[in-house]
Design a binder for this molecule. Structure first.
Ligand SMILES: C[S@@+](CC[C@H](N)C(=O)[O-])C[C@H]1O[C@@H](n2cnc3c(N)ncnc32)[C@H](O)[C@@H]1O
Length: 362
């Protein structure tokens, strides 16, 4: 009886649209898996600059089985990532190549997909987190997790941090040129810090992170870059010195992931010189859920990654703040900075698709 009554209020069109939506999201998951394979198997790189190719030609070039490559190409064309020009031929446009094939392009986005299997594998553990409240740290994703974070963020950072972001900070470039003391807290695999170390060889750079996999990658990246003015520290055992000695401290995309961001911000305040600078990059989002719903087309994706990763990390220790991906908004950042004793806060003009940048000073 109750069901029949409920049935009368069912909007059939809305049911149809919801089914369409749900399968759209499943489609996104399936296409994401295919982007992972395209990146891992070198298919995008093989397509880049190759002109129109058949599945047989692409299979020959990559040493893969034609039937599998053909199915992948059909899916890529249907997803509008690769262009189908007829006659069994497929082309990766130069624009798509910048996003999917060319790792040196600041728009490169396929790299982060390398950690997709590990990011999805935590689904087996998250039901427990919903019950206990305790999340998982970044190391739950294994070494690939650290590689995925690096490959997602580093292309933009390598292209823009030194030439476009640092010059916006008051007086910082002159200090870096002369020889400054720099820290990157939550440095991940060190891509940003190594760029600073390379650009300013007179400066001394310190990276801090709690992820053993990120720190191991950071050491490898340091060796490849051949820089000697960078030291990486395990923040679980070695914290920022509270000695007012740093000219510049950077936190990129990590405060919303931290279990105790207040403690870290207070430590940054104590570690900075009186005329030092704290540079923050964090997710560019609106102050409220309602505004994000209305204005940000990626809100659903951010909340998904928050549960899978960011909020989970921020709740991975007892009493964790649990800010989550969209939790370190500009008003939150301003308030937390002021609470820790910072007096100046300025949003920078940086055209980054994901992050907002702030200059914060004592
Ligand atoms: C999304 S990653 C960003 C890494 C890097 N800054 C970047 O932009 O590529 C967040 C990082 O914060 C680190 N993290 C989380 N809590 C931390 C803490 N309390 N102290 C230092 N690092 C922390 C994680 O291990 C992870 O490497």
């Amino acid at each position: 009886m109750a069901t029949a009554k409920y049935e009368q209020h069912i909007d059939r069109e809305k049911v149809r649209k919801t089914v369409e939506q749900v399968f759209g999201y499943l489609g996104g998951a399936a296409v994401s898996a295919m982007i992972y394979l395209g990146d891992r198997l070198g298919l995008y790189k093989a397509l880049d600059g190759a002109g129109p190719v058949t599945s047989a030609e692409l299979a020959r070039k990559t040493g893969l089985h034609e039937r599998w490559v053909r199915e992948w190409l059909y899916g890529q064309a249907a997803a509008r990532l690769v262009d189908y020009i007829g006659d069994g031929r497929f082309v990766l446009s130069p624009e798509a190549a910048l996003v999917l094939a060319n790792e040196a392009s600041p728009a490169f986005a396929a790299g982060g997909f390398c950690a997709l299997p590990q990011q999805m594998a935590v689904l087996e553990r998250l039901p427990e987190s919903f019950k206990t409240g305790l999340g998982l740290p970044y190391d739950a994703f294994g070494p690939e997790g650290a590689r995925g974070v690096e490959r997602m963020a580093a292309p933009w950072t390598r292209a823009h941090l030194v030439p476009r972001v640092l010059p916006q900070l008051e007086g910082v470039v002159a200090k870096l040129e002369a020889g400054a003391k720099v820290a990157d807290v939550g440095c991940g695999s060190g891509a940003a810090l190594i760029e600073v170390a390379k650009a300013y060889p007179r400066s001394v750079c310190h990276g801090y992170d709690i992820s053993q996999y990120a720190l191991a990658r950071a050491e490898q990246n340091k060796a490849v870059a051949g820089v000697h003015n960078v030291t990486f520290h395990d923040a679980r055992t070695e914290s920022l010195p509270a000695d007012g000695s740093f000219d510049l401290i950077m936190t990129f995309d990590c405060l919303h992931d931290m279990a105790h961001p207040k403690t870290t911000i207070e430590a940054i305040r104590r570690a900075l010189k009186p005329d030092g600078t704290w540079l923050i990059a964090d997710i560019n989002c609106a102050p409220t859920f309602e505004e994000n719903l209305a204005t940000n087309p990626f809100t659903h994706m951010w909340y998904g990654f928050s549960v899978l990763c960011c909020m989970s990390s921020a709740l991975s220790e007892p009493g964790g703040a649990g800010l989550g991906t969209l939790g370190f908004t500009e008003p939150v950042a301003r308030q937390m900075a002021a609470d820790a004793g910072f007096t100046r806060f300025r949003r920078l003009e940086v055209n980054n698709p994901v992050n907002a940048y702030y200059e914060v000073r004592p």
